[in-house]
Design a protein around this ligand. Structure first.
Ligand SMILES: [Zn+2]
Length: 61
């Protein structure tokens, strides 16, 4: 993923470990840029769950 502020490209695992001080902790869907600290919004967990649920529903048919 790419930081929208400084343009640095980093992987999601790096961004997640950088967000250790986040009060929301593990449920946080933000990725922090290791370079400038800007928080890049990731895909929300709820949306991921919804997509999964939709896929499952389609598979059942
Ligand atoms: Zn940055």
């Amino acid at each position: 993923m790419k930081c929208q502020l400084c343009g640095l490209e980093f992987n999601e695992t790096d961004g997640q470990t950088a967000c250790m001080g986040c009060p929301v902790e593990r449920s946080c869907s933000m990725f922090k840029c290791p370079n400038c600290g800007y928080e890049v919004p990731g895909e929300p967990g709820l949306l991921k769950l919804f997509k999964k649920w939709k896929e499952k529903r389609n598979a059942d048919k």
